[in-house]
Design a protein around this ligand. Structure first.
Ligand code: BTN
Length: 326
């Protein structure tokens, strides 16, 4: 969306705490009143809750619908978010992104939805999120030369989510291997990286679910969840969080693709309290027990087993069963 409609949305969004008169809107959008009216109607059809209260004018009410134009403006990324698509309802944003991989120019595509009919988490679990409250997002990366390791991308996306949330809301997030972003020890965000082939070329879809204004109750999920609104005590707007996460993702994906993983490794570990802890990990029906030596973008989890042997466990298919201090 560009031109008058985009400009009208921009003005209403930037001044969403108050009203904007029709005259101000007309001037800001550089368009006549009839054109502004048409833009308002178009935005309402797209689901934006715009109210008109005489004599004050127009106001964008909550919840503001996620919009590709608002997200793309000022994004200033190189690869991630070149094109941002927002849907009302899809089965899974990961599926929409994977389907787009066959199209020319789809590298860096971001897909968002207000709700998912079949949102999925790792290991066949469902990802639950009521419509219009949270961030359900997937990033498509074409990787014909195999420069993006699956574990590295999982780590990069989790770190990007933690940093993006922190930059946009001030909430400090921790990380748990393989894919948890934690707030006060509860799950705030999950990452699901899926590998595909499109036209014979490798591509990866990174799904990111962030609990912004709602989260499942403890009896709905295996791991206790939380959301940013509970932490802040108020409704949280999603657009700036999406932008901040995409910026950090762009940064880390750029380094990962160049094989420069040192800073990613360090930054991830600095938010993770698992080093030296004793973990039990289930993978392919087998249990692995040991002390955490390292968690790295290239090697995944590295444990020191009870027989002092090093055990390497990739993120895909691994579950941490129990945690205790070793
Ligand atoms: C997990 O922690 O198990 C991973 C959760 C990943 C959820 C996101 S929401 C957007 C994207 N679409 C999906 O179906 N799943 C991911």
């Amino acid at each position: 969306m560009i031109d008058v409609t985009g400009r009208v949305l921009e003005v209403l969004y930037d001044r969403r705490e108050g009203f904007v008169s029709p005259e101000e809107l007309s001037e800001a959008a550089g368009a006549r009143q009839e054109r502004v009216d048409a833009a308002i109607e178009q935005l309402r059809r797209l689901g934006q809750p715009i109210e008109f209260v005489p004599p004050h004018g127009y106001r964008l009410r909550r919840p503001v619908r996620l919009d590709g134009y608002l997200i793309e403006r000022d994004l200033r990324t190189r690869r991630v978010g070149r094109n941002v698509l927002c849907f009302d309802e899809v089965d899974s944003t990961n599926d929409v992104a994977a389907t787009a991989a066959a199209q020319v120019g789809s590298d860096g595509l971001v897909v968002l939805a207000e709700s998912q009919r079949a949102g999925r988490g790792r290991l066949g679990r469902a990802w639950l999120s009521p419509p219009g409250r949270n961030i359900l997002m997937s990033v498509l990366l074409l990787d014909p030369h195999n420069t993006l390791p699956h574990d590295g991308l999982t780590i990069a996306a989790g770190l990007a989510a933690a940093e993006g949330v922190e930059a946009s809301t001030g909430c400090h997030c921790g990380l748990g291997w393989p894919n948890d972003v934690l707030l006060d020890g509860r799950k705030l965000c999950g990452v699901l990286v899926e590998l595909h082939t499109a036209g014979g070329r490798r591509c990866l879809v990174t799904g990111i679910g962030i609990n912004v204004n709602a989260c499942p109750s403890d009896d709905e999920v295996d791991q206790p969840a939380t959301c940013l609104a509970d932490h802040a005590g108020e409704w949280i707007e999603r657009t700036e969080i999406v932008q901040a996460v995409l910026r950090r993702m762009d940064h880390w994906v750029g380094l990962l693709a160049e094989g420069r993983t040192e800073s990613l490794h360090g930054a991830w570990l600095s938010r993770c309290g698992m080093l030296n802890r004793r973990l039990t990990v289930l993978r392919a029906g087998q249990r692995y027990v040991g002390r955490v030596l390292d968690i790295s973008p290239r090697e995944g989890l590295v444990l020191c087993g009870d027989d002092q042997r090093r055990i390497h466990l990739p993120a895909a298919g691994s579950t941490v069963l129990r945690e205790g201090r070793g």
